[in-house]
Write a new protein. Structure first.
Length: 253
């Protein structure tokens, strides 16, 4: 089956086996609520299992890739079990993107904030539009990052730069993201999708078994114990979710 339908995500199979997965909450700048997180995980799991899909483009509808946590949808978890359920859904999406069989080309438009920046980093070939920007607000919100970025980001930019980005939460332009290695390419806004399609079609033309093996081995070399990184992030994020101070800071952000 090559046609998939979700509430907050579009998944469309195009020419040459290139599937485009689009975050589709443009009225909220594609901010993450529970449904979006679940839909992203399902969309990538379905695409990875689909024989007709050879490569994936990941982008956002409207003016942003993903503006991070949806403040209006944020609720304070009542129990640790509820908090873990939320975080596991987020990490499930990362698992499907990073460890999935199909190569992922990110087409990063507008803002990539918090979890949105995590998803951009999860992509194998993240292409940023010139006007795009990103940052991690989590520490200032009494939260913690997910998406295995505590391991993936230092592998890309070095430990000192990763500390700066994750702890201080400074904002970075697409140009800066390219200079430090977070963006694979930075292109004109108008050319973003065309360059992403061109890249995905090149990937789709390659033998899928060798591409899958290369993706797996390179990710293992960068992060030898990705599952452990995800677990440590989960524990820290759950602790943040359970602190009432977090809810206050998120709603005021």
């Amino acid at each position: 089956m090559s046609h998939f339908s979700y509430d907050t995500v579009l998944s469309q199979l195009g020419a040459k086996g290139v599937r485009t997965i689009t975050l589709n909450r443009p009225e909220r700048l594609n901010a993450m609520n529970r449904q979006l997180v679940v839909d992203v995980a399902r969309a990538f799991e379905d695409a990875n299992a689909d024989p007709a899909t050879k490569a994936i483009i990941f982008t956002g509808a409207g003016k942003a890739f993903c503006a991070g946590d949806d403040r209006k949808a944020h609720t304070h978890p009542e129990t640790e079990e509820e908090a873990r359920e939320i975080v596991h859904a987020i990490q499930r999406a990362t698992h499907a993107i990073t460890l999935g069989a199909k190569p992922v080309v990110g087409a990063i438009n507008g803002w990539a904030v918090g979890g949105g920046l995590e998803w951009a980093i999860n992509c194998d070939f993240p292409i940023w539009a010139e006007s795009a920007k990103g940052f991690f607000p989590e520490v200032s919100l009494n939260l913690f990052v997910t998406g295995a970025v505590t391991s993936l980001l230092p592998a890309l930019v070095g430990l000192n730069k990763a500390r700066e980005m994750l702890i201080f939460g400074d904002r970075y332009s697409a140009q800066e993201m390219g200079e430090i290695g977070v963006a694979w390419k930075v292109v004109d806004d108008a050319a973003l999708i065309a360059v992403a399609v061109q890249t995905a079609e090149r990937l789709a033309d390659l033998p899928i078994l060798s591409v899958r093996a290369m993706k797996r081995v390179l990710n293992h070399a960068a992060v030898p114990d990705l599952h452990r990184a995800l677990q440590l992030e989960t524990d820290a994020t759950v602790a943040g979710f359970l602190d009432p101070e977090t809810t206050r800071r998120v709603t005021e952000f």
